[in-house]
Design a protein around this ligand. Sequence first.
Ligand SMILES: Cc1ncc(COP(=O)(O)O)c(C=O)c1O
Length: 170
Amino acid sequence: MAGVPTQFGIVEIAIPHAIALAKSLPNVRLLGFHFHAISNNCDSKTDADFMDHCFETSKRWGAEWNIDISYLNVGGGIGINYLFNWGDFTNRLEKTLEKHRDCSWKLLFECGRYITSSCGYYAAEVLDIKQNHGKYFCVVRGGIHHLRLPAAWKQSHPFTIVPIESVIPL
Ligand SMILES: Cc1ncc(COP(=O)(O)O)c(C=O)c1O
C-alpha cells in the first residue's frame, strides 16, 4: 500500500538504501520490483495509470542503480462490480503495455479478488436481528475475523438471504 502509513512494503524514501543493501549481499540477486498499492479499484484508467507508474519508476530505478531488470510485479487491486458485471480492464492495460513494449521484463500480476470473487460464497446463519437508530442489523454465526475487508473498507458486497427449514446441529 502506498501514500499512507502502513505495515506493508518499503517506503519510497528508503528504496535507495534497500537497493544498496540488496546489491551488497553476495547471496541476493536483485531482479526487479514489486508494487502493490490499490485494492478493489473499479476505474480502469487508474489501474492503467498505476501500471504505467510502475514501469516508469522501475525504469528510473533500474537506470539510476544499474539494475538489469527481469521482473516487474504490479500487484493486484483490480476491482469488480458485484452488482453488475466484471470490469473490463483489458483495453487500457493493452495500451499501457504497448507503451512499454521496449521492456523485455516478465510482467507479473497477483490479482486476488478479480480471480477469486466468483468462486464461492460466505454463508453464515442469522442468529438475531436487532434495530439501532432506525437500521436493522443481523447478528450472524460468523465473525469479523472471517470476512472483514468489505465491511471495514465499505466496499460493495451484496448478499442473499437463503431461507432454511431447520438448522442442522453442529
Ligand atoms: C502484496 C499483495 N498482493 C496482492 C494482493 C491481492 O489484492 P487484490 O485482492 O486487491 O487483487 C494483496 C492483498 O492484500 C497483497 O497484499
